[in-house]
Design a protein around this ligand. Sequence first.
Ligand code: ZN
Length: 263
Amino acid sequence: MVLIDFFARISYNLRMDIRFIGTGCFHTKRNNTSFIIGDKILFDCGFGIITKLHDVGIEPWDIETLIVSHFHPDHTGDLINFLFRREAYTKELFKSLKRLKRPLKIIGSVGLRAFIESYAELFKYNYPSIFDGVEIIEMRGGEARDFGEFKVSAFAVEHDSYDIADEALGFIFEQSGEKLGYSGDTALCENLTSNIKNADNWVIDTSHKKKKEGQVSHLDLVEVKEIAGEYPEKKFYAVHRRFEVEGNDGNLFFPNDGDIVSV
Ligand SMILES: [Zn+2]
């Protein structure tokens, strides 16, 4: 009995909790797509995310790593707010001398540093030290990095970024032997479909129910169902949704803002 409990605990520890802060995009009442792993690793930080994190008791100073898929405002709009709030808190900390600022890694595509710095430039005179303890890590599609506690593999996706990034990225995030894929925003493309097998479960752009002609930047439900159907052993969580679907469908799930799933 003790042995069974022991193994049950080990297998529980290997699971990964995903907390969905947002599952929508510009077009819906849902929060912009963002999710957090283990209360410390945040994926994307679009407009409104800081407030939504606050609502569930998580603040920027709790986050140790922020992973940015691309620079559209529904994925980055609160990034500067994130740094300012973290900075303001640190000032309070030094006043009370309770503890020191946690380092923060921000991981994204090549162009991330220029993007953040040009955004921050607008406000730097008020907050000269928002980059203290911040490490900006730029990755190219095809690159994998080992950060000790976790690994990140990036792959380039097809998404019209219209910005200073060379690439929009998807990621495979690996921690304690679990691999979670995140498509970022993408059209159906070879880099995505060839990577599906490389992660245990996926958070996947499902922007449309059925794409109309000219809608080429995202996946639709028809395409995502087909991908999910090919990999019945994996779970797929549909995000960036601009439509409402009730209920789950086999291994394809439709999480709501605030849901926590264990994979
Ligand atoms: Zn986008």
